[in-house]
Design a protein around this ligand. Structure first.
Ligand code: GDP
Ligand code: MN
Length: 379
């Protein structure tokens, strides 16, 4: 779950990371009164789940409350990387002497939180990694001991030669590690971490992603979810208790079990197709889940054909067949459906499908080849 900058800032400031005070607005007049309260020059920043807001015109300086209202007027409603800006953050402008990057991610390869820091901050860190990888330093943290003082200082001296700046940066990294572990983050990032002409080190941006698995333990964090900033299909799927990830292909997939869902996607690709989604309808059998799944998949205009791949164990294949039948009676499905099912109650399932003019395959390769061919023909 991604947080907005204004939400991430709250977590950062709670751990003591130095950041300018600020507030969030959803109208130009709110922005104006916040700017008046803060006084002086302010920065108006688009709150969307995307980086590169600066380059896209979503970060503007305003010298007066009137300018703040104008800037907010321009930014609110703007589209950045497909996302409509609904709120802006207003913070006092900082004077910047240098910009660095500090990020902390959960790294699959080392199975640990890994710090990545670079003195070349502000811009895309991906670009730095590609063009000048020597400007990035990585340190893996052993979660049993946390970030050790010498590790924090080592990272900080990679950013700054001056001892006072390095000490301040090391402290911020320790605080960032606290934010990360205390909130179950998969990512916590400060870009830019800046130095000011009077020798302070402050964070000017906050990017935080919370591991979804943490949210049951942390209902307070779950409340921060902004559904208007997420893919509508993923929001619908979460409400229907389906594990769904939207992808860019044209073969819709309805599968029971995460492992079989991955294998199905692999096979779709193997036969030259592109999956439109990952979807696990789960182990239990509930026709409603099938109805919801079909509703979500068919609302994606990219989908040209749909594959059901059901291995009946705990899942009863007749329940799935009934789900298909119910869905087809409730809303139109304009794309072809290929069903492969085998296992518990398959005789009954085949009978139900026959009743609505559908046939079921039992071979997975055959079904995948067929759905890929149908999707290709319709594309
Ligand atoms: P992002 O582009 O979406 O990551 O948005 P950022 O919050 O990182 O802002 C982009 C850039 O705007 C920063 O790298 C800074 O150069 C600039 N910026 C942000 N806040 C301030 C500020 O308070 N003062 C000044 N002078 N520049 C700022
Ligand atoms: Mn940034």
């Amino acid at each position: 779950m991604n947080l907005h900058e204004y939400q991430g800032r709250t977590l950062f400031r709670a751990e003591g990371i130095p950041m300018p005070d600020g507030d969030v607005a959803s109208t130009p007049s709110e922005a104006e009164s916040i700017a008046r309260r803060l006084g002086g020059t302010v920065v108006i920043k688009a709150q969307v789940h995307a980086g590169g807001r600066g380059k896209a015109g979503g970060v503007k300086l305003a010298r007066t409350p009137g300018e703040a209202a104008d800037a907010a007027e321009k930014i609110l409603g703007m589209t950045i990387k497909g996302l409509v800006v609904q709120r802006v953050l207003i913070v006092p402008a900082a004077e910047i002497a240098s910009e660095a990057y500090v990020g902390l991610i959960m790294d699959r390869a080392s199975q640990r939180p890994v710090f990545m820091v670079s003195p070349a901050g502000g811009i895309d860190i991906e670009e730095v990694a590609a063009k000048t990888p020597g400007k990035i330093r990585r340190v893996a943290v052993d979660p049993r001991y946390g970030l050790l003082p010498h590790q924090a200082m080592g990272l900080a001296f990679f950013l700054y030669r001056e001892v006072s700046l390095a000490r301040a940066a090391a402290r911020i990294m320790e605080q960032l590690y606290q934010v990360f572990t205390a909130n179950g983050c998969s990512l916590a990032e400060i870009n830019p971490l800046v130095t000011t002409p009077d020798g302070k080190v402050i964070a000017l941006d906050a990017k935080v992603a919370i591991d979804d698995n943490e949210l049951d333990r942390r209902p307070d964090l779950a409340l921060l979810r902004d559904e208007s900033a997420e893919a509508p299909s993923e929001v619908q799927a979460r409400r229907a208790n389906l594990t769904f990830i939207k992808l860019e292909g044209n073969v819709g997939c309805v599968v029971n079990g995460a492992g079989l869902a991955m294998a199905t996607m692999d096979l779709v690709k193997y036969y030259g197709g592109e999956p439109a989604n990952f979807l696990d309808i789960g182990g239990s059998s509930n026709p409603d889940k099938v109805v919801n799944a079909l509703r979500i998949i068919t609302s994606d205009p990219n989908v040209k054909a749909i594959l059901f791949n059901i291995f009946g164990g705990i899942t009863r294949t007749d329940d799935v067949a009934n789900g298909i039948k119910t869905a087809l009676s409730q809303f139109p499905v304009k794309v072809p459906i290929v069903v492969r099912l085998t296992g518990t109650n398959e005789v009954e399932a085949v009978e139900i499908l026959r009743g609505i003019g559908m046939t079921a395959l039992s071979d997975m390769d055959e079904a995948v080849q067929k759905v890929v061919a149908l999707a290709r023909k319709a594309a």
